[in-house]
Design a protein around this ligand. Structure first.
Ligand code: ATP
Ligand code: MG
Length: 199
């Protein structure tokens, strides 16, 4: 064995024992709360990726799209064929387009009822609250209501929150927080959002 091979083997042995220790230490089994936040691209994509993963095992999944729900969404088009997926969409368009606090609040509360139902259903394995961070930011929903529903969800249920500027209480509650950091985004160079790539 060359020196390099020997060193590689030693370093892999060390890595393995480190990973084995961590695996042995992770004994708890329960649903997770995850937050995908930050300014970079990938939050909603990661959420739908996890939805696909859960559906792949035959689990039931609920997705609430708080804004942009009326926009085209390729993954929803495809996955909705799965009877284990339920999608609830907020009944108004983008809040910057409607510019009406009252109707937006009503639309948000209406779809939140669906979210609460899913968050209380032990048959639902994963609930995605896509872009809910803006509902809290605009004051359409209050943090206490959202916190209570998430905290009281069934122990085996996981929940994913997406959106920029996540409320600090949500960050504090979450088991896993990932911040998508923008290094560059094509949009800023004048490239249009692309079908099948951005939505
Ligand atoms: P995606 O849906 O692609 O995972 P996202 O959920 O992280 O993106 P959002 O803030 O919800 O990001 O934006 C949704 C749309 O805006 C997508 O078409 C996405 O490609 C685009 N987008 C994401 N990040 C940026 C950015 N930093 N600048 C401009 N457009 C962005
Ligand atoms: Mg998004």
């Amino acid at each position: 064995m060359s020196d390099r091979d020997t060193r590689h083997k030693q370093s892999m042995q060390k890595l393995k024992s480190h990973v084995d220790d961590k695996v042995a230490a992770a004994t708890e089994q329960r649903g997770l709360m995850m937050v995908f936040t930050g300014n970079g691209k990938g939050k909603t994509t990661a959420a739908w990726g996890t939805v696909t993963r859960a559906l792949g095992y035959g689990y039931r999944v609920g997705v609430i799209q708080f804004i942009k729900g009326q926009w085209e969404c390729g993954e929803r088009e495809r996955l909705i064929e799965d009877p284990n997926l339920e999608v609830a969409i907020m009944g108004t368009g983008f809040t910057w387009e409607t510019q009406n606090r009252e109707t937006d609040t009503a639309a948000c509360r209406e779809v939140w009822v669906e979210a609460e139902r899913m968050l209380a259903d032990p048959e639902v394995y994963l609930v995605v609250l896509d872009e809910i961070t803006y509902m809290l930011k605009f004051g359409y929903l209050d943090i206490e209501t959202v916190r209570r529903a998430i905290e009281n969800r069934p122990a085996e249920q996981s929940v994913i929150i997406t959106g920029r500027n996540a409320h600090r209480d949500l960050l504090a509650m979450a088991d896993t927080v990932t911040e998508m950091q923008e290094v560059r985004h094509a949009f800023n160079a004048g490239v249009q959002a692309r079908r099948g790539i951005d939505y």
